[in-house]
Design a protein around this ligand. Structure first.
Ligand code: MN
Length: 251
């Protein structure tokens, strides 16, 4: 049954997330949510087959074709999740603050390029590409634009769960060399930062620097990537946090 895993993982009397409703009408929206959970990550979701096909991207998407961003496929989410921004309470699955980092529409591309260019594809082609593990699509968001591929990794890396994909920008007019996801921070719905969303929600935990209680990562290659991300995040977020605290004290 669709959305069964989504439903099983959540306590809907506690979380403000939307209920597990399957949509009948076909849409082609996408959303990228920045999610300050146990590990900060970006959730990349494509509306397909009445649900949002979802991947967690630790480093976030990139417009640089040289970047191959690890994307771990997670359970399908209901379509109404696409504008969810707020705080998932502690002791709930995915507890932490969620920002709508980008929204827009997407279209499937042809499985193979024609004269070096990808042409618009069909719904059936998209379903087949997803099943095969090589989905090509074009995004028209506020931040993300152009052609991308989501490619399933078939390698037998130690610690692999079999849900690892790579999100890769294709070469086109929208590519940006050395793309820095943090340079495009902020909610596209409300312009708020993660700290502001957490504060607005009245969360009492926003000032405490959440202890880095990390589950042990079995795969060394993944642990290394996450450690680098953590360090970068710590360096960047500490000054920001101080300024928010100061502003609050003045009031
Ligand atoms: Mn998430």
């Amino acid at each position: 049954m669709p959305l069964e895993e989504y439903k099983r993982k959540r306590k809907f009397e506690q979380t403000p997330e939307p209920p597990p409703k399957l949509e009948s009408k076909k849409g082609h929206r996408f959303v990228v949510q920045k999610h300050d959970a146990t590990r900060l990550h970006y959730d990349f979701r494509l509306e397909m087959e009445g649900v949002l096909k979802s991947w967690a991207v630790p480093k976030g998407p990139s417009l640089d074709p040289a970047d191959k961003r690890l994307a771990m496929q997670v359970e399908d989410h209901p379509v109404s999740y696409f504008d969810f921004e707020g705080t998932i309470p502690e002791d709930n699955y995915g507890a932490g603050t969620v920002m709508v980092w980008d929204v827009g529409t997407w279209q499937p591309l042809s499985p193979e390029p024609v004269d070096g260019k990808y042409l618009p594809g069909t719904e059936a082609e998209a379903a087949a590409m997803l099943a095969k593990g090589d989905l090509k699509f074009r995004l028209d968001g506020k931040k993300l634009k152009g052609d991308f591929a989501m490619i399933k990794m078939h390698g037998r890396r130690p610690g692999s769960k079999g849900n690892e994909w790579l999100l890769i920008k294709k070469h086109d007019d929208h590519e940006i060399e050395g793309y820095d996801v943090d340079a495009f921070d902020g909610s596209v719905l409300t312009k708020r930062s993660l700290d502001q969303i957490a504060t607005d929600a009245g969360s009492s935990e926003w000032t405490s620097s959440r202890p880095a209680s990390r589950g042990r990562l079995k795969a060394a290659w993944l642990a290394d990537a996450v450690a680098k991300l953590d360090k970068k995040r710590l360096d960047e977020r500490n000054p920001a946090k101080k300024s928010v605290v100061k502003k609050k004290l003045k009031k």
